[in-house]
Design a protein around this ligand. Structure first.
Ligand SMILES: [Cu+2]
Length: 240
């Protein structure tokens, strides 16, 4: 038996050595025993920077000039719409049951939702407005998808298969911006208006946790989860 194992390991090593790019190991979902919880709050203590938005067309739908915050901070400094996730988790809890395909909707020249987390896979892009939007998604500088939606009610299916941060622009309205975080495991959360988040059923162990928001960028830290216990974190985001 031992000999067979050694032989098998040897074969695997040969196969791997012969492969130029080893694909990332797929997440393995199964029962979690003694899972812990990560509870936390994402805060921003600095002055909130804003940007001036001056729509130069379609103003009847897009609205007039305005000043918008670059980070959504509540009265108690909690950050809304920050995304928190664990990276490189090999196995753990099942994915939440997925009903319909996640959507990115152009509505009154905004992306709804403005920030979302999706499992790597399909995405539907929708236009709710009575004029052209050109929805353009990027991983960094590389285009992930680029589509014209000239008609109200239009829906175009696409896919985001690679985990990572996807920035969404509109080539017709330069000020529009949205964010999709594509994940390859179900250990993620998005903060509510109070900045709080919860990640449940985490197998005991030590993980890399990333908290990310568009102004501050990603902040990574190590977190250790004990069996059956909550781990409490306060994560302070800072301007890049
Ligand atoms: Cu647009």
């Amino acid at each position: 038996m031992k000999k067979l194992l050694t032989l098998t390991t040897g074969l695997v090593a040969i196969v791997l050595a012969g492969t130029i790019a080893v694909p990332a190991q797929a997440y393995e979902a199964g029962p979690v025993t003694g899972g812990g919880t990560i509870d936390g709050k994402v805060v921003f203590n600095d002055v909130v920077p804003t940007r001036k938005i001056i729509p130069n067309k379609d103003v009847e739908v897009c609205g007039g000039p305005r000043e918008e915050p670059l980070i959504e901070v509540g009265p108690d400094k909690g950050v809304q719409n920050a995304v928190v996730y664990l990276v490189e988790v090999a196995k753990g809890k099942a994915w939440p049951a997925q009903g319909k395909t996640p959507e990115l909707t152009n509505h009154k020249c905004r992306f709804e939702p403005e920030v979302q987390v999706i499992r790597a896979g399909p995405l539907d892009v929708v236009n709710d407005d009575p004029m052209l939007h050109n929805t353009h998604g990027y991983y960094g500088k590389r285009t992930a998808f680029n589509m014209a939606l000239p008609n109200q009610g239009q829906r175009i299916p696409t896919e985001l298969t690679r985990p990572g941060t996807v920035r969404i622009d509109c080539d017709a309205h330069g000020w529009m911006e949205g964010w999709i975080y594509v994940v390859d495991n179900p250990y993620y959360a998005i903060t509510g208006a109070d900045g709080k988040f919860t990640i449940t059923d985490v197998p005991p162990g030590t993980y890399n946790l990333v908290a990310i928001q568009s102004l501050t960028g990603p902040l990574q830290q190590s977190v250790t989860v004990a069996a059956g216990k909550p781990t409490n974190l306060t994560i302070e985001l800072k301007k890049q």
